[in-house]
Design a protein around this ligand. Structure first.
Ligand SMILES: *Cc1c(COP(=O)(O)O)cnc(C)c1O
Length: 439
């Protein structure tokens, strides 16, 4: 008998980034389901961290990609106007209806996109300061990590000039009695003391802080932050990599806060599983210097065709509205589970970006980190995939494909219900999860 996939993976794939949650394998996929080695189908409430925005094997993506591969010409934007990339840029720019001149940059991942933005801003601005948030995740490359603030990246040095602000968390409010007023007062105080706002080039914002724990900020905070940034000429960079492209029930997640960003970063779901990222920003900045962040195959016609198919399908199948509707259905089901499972401390989200924070005790809100790992592990055993996030690793992150149906949501809720029950009853032994570090 040949060795199984997990053993072969262990002997071949670098361990350096291993953060797995359970013994998952995949040899294929169909719609909202991943097919594991041996043929078992598991329902995927993660959509591969949101990358599989249309699920697996969507005919629109499959068709566009096969055709693009068959007709592939020159692939590099560095030397050629690539038809599919220009068309995709036009599609992306069409979502910015004002008359500001913008340009699009293409990369392969959210990481290189944020990396390019950080370096571009630093090169173009005489200001040396950058603002981001505690718990932020902007990527796994040098510059994107240096403006992040996630507990998984304590090995990565912060960028000189970086200040991390508290990301206001309605479940664990850092300021009282009014979280928004308190957070904005805190910023005003910093601007009057240790931070010179006229020396800050940009602020990096996640409209919902995903890896930090699916934290949905209170209404009004980002608007207040934006006003302060405008007053001091601070560029607003919105990282839509995880939550953009219809996932929150809006094309841009930042629309919920009424923000008008200067720079928007896309990745993950944009390619529907293929690697492509994009930055849209002001022409004067994006054209600042040629050869600034070139990668040979960035904007290649295959990935660009996949992204165009994703955007077209989101429109044709009304997937933004589906995300809003299915998100409500999911949140309502989770609210019912919360009444029966003491582990559930808080359910939050917008559209199909949903977080379930698990705690040992609703009064003390002590993070139920070990239990969270067990719930994800047990759910996988029972046929449902999702991962967990948060600075304390105690938030289930549910980001199903935008194409998911009500029946599939109900199937996932039933499995989650059982997984929570099994963990609370002590039916998932410590040894089972010991080999999985998680996020
Ligand atoms: C995942 C993520 C990134 C990095 O994207 P990669 O595709 O992993 O490089 C950046 N920002 C946010 C908000 C993300 O969730």
């Amino acid at each position: 008998m040949t060795e199984d996939l997990i053993a072969r993976d262990g002997r071949t794939i670098a361990d350096i980034e291993r953060i797995r949650f359970f013994p998952a394998t995949t040899v294929g996929g169909e719609g909202s389901y991943v097919i594991e080695e041996g043929g078992r189908r598991v329902l995927d409430f993660s959509a591969s961290w949101g990358a599989a925005s249309l699920g697996y094997g969507h005919p629109a993506v499959a068709g566009a990609v096969s055709e693009a591969v068959r007709n592939m010409g020159a692939i590099s934007l560095a030397s050629c106007a690539v038809g599919a990339a220009v068309e995709l840029a036009e599609d992306l720019l069409a979502h910015f209806p004002d008359d500001r001149e913008r340009r699009v940059w293409f990369g392969h991942a959210g990481s290189d996109a944020n990396d390019a933005v950080v370096r571009l801003i630093e090169a173009a601005s005489p200001r040396r300061g950058i603002l981001s948030f505690v718990g932020a995740y902007h990527g796994g490359s040098a510059a994107s990590m240096s403006v992040s603030g996630h507990s998984s990246q304590t090995h990565a040095p912060a960028r000189p000039g970086l200040t991390r602000l508290p990301y206001p968390d309605p479940y664990r409010p850092q300021f009282a009695p009014d979280l928004v007023a308190g957070a904005l007062d805190d910023l005003d105080r910093r601007f009057e003391s240790e931070l010179d706002p006229d020396q800050i080039a940009a602020v990096f914002i996640e409209p919902i802080q995903s890896d930090g724990g699916v934290i949905v900020p209170p209404a009004g905070f980002f608007k207040g932050l934006e006003e302060r940034c405008r007053a001091h000429g601070i560029l607003i960079v919105v990282d839509e990599v995880k939550v953009g492209m219809g996932r929150t029930g809006l094309y841009h997640a930042f629309e919920a806060d009424g923000l008008t960003p200067d720079i928007v970063v896309y990745g993950k779901g944009l390619g529907g599983g293929l690697p492509i990222s994009a930055v849209v920003g002001p022409a004067e900045l994006m054209n600042f210097q040629p050869a600034f962040a070139i990668m040979t195959a960035a904007g290649n016609p295959v990935c660009a065709a996949a992204a165009r198919a994703v955007l077209r399908t989101i429109g044709e199948e009304n997937l933004t509205a589906n995300a809003a509707r299915m998100g409500e259905h999911l949140m309502a089901g989770l609210a019912r589970l919360a009444q029966r499972h003491a582990l559930i401390g808080h359910v939050r989200g917008r559209g199909l970006t949903v977080g379930v924070e698990l705690v040992r005790d609703p009064a003390s809100k002590e993070p139920a980190s070990a239990e969270t790992a067990k719930v994800a592990f047990r759910a996988h055993q029972l046929g449902l995939v999702f991962y967990y996030v948060g600075m304390q690793s105690n938030v289930l992150e549910l980001t199903p494909p935008l194409t998911i149906s009500e029946d599939e949501i109900d199937e996932g809720l039933a499995i989650l219900d059982r997984a929570l029950e099994d963990v609370a009853a002590g039916r998932v032994p410590d040894e089972d999860v010991a080999a999985f570090a998680g996020w």
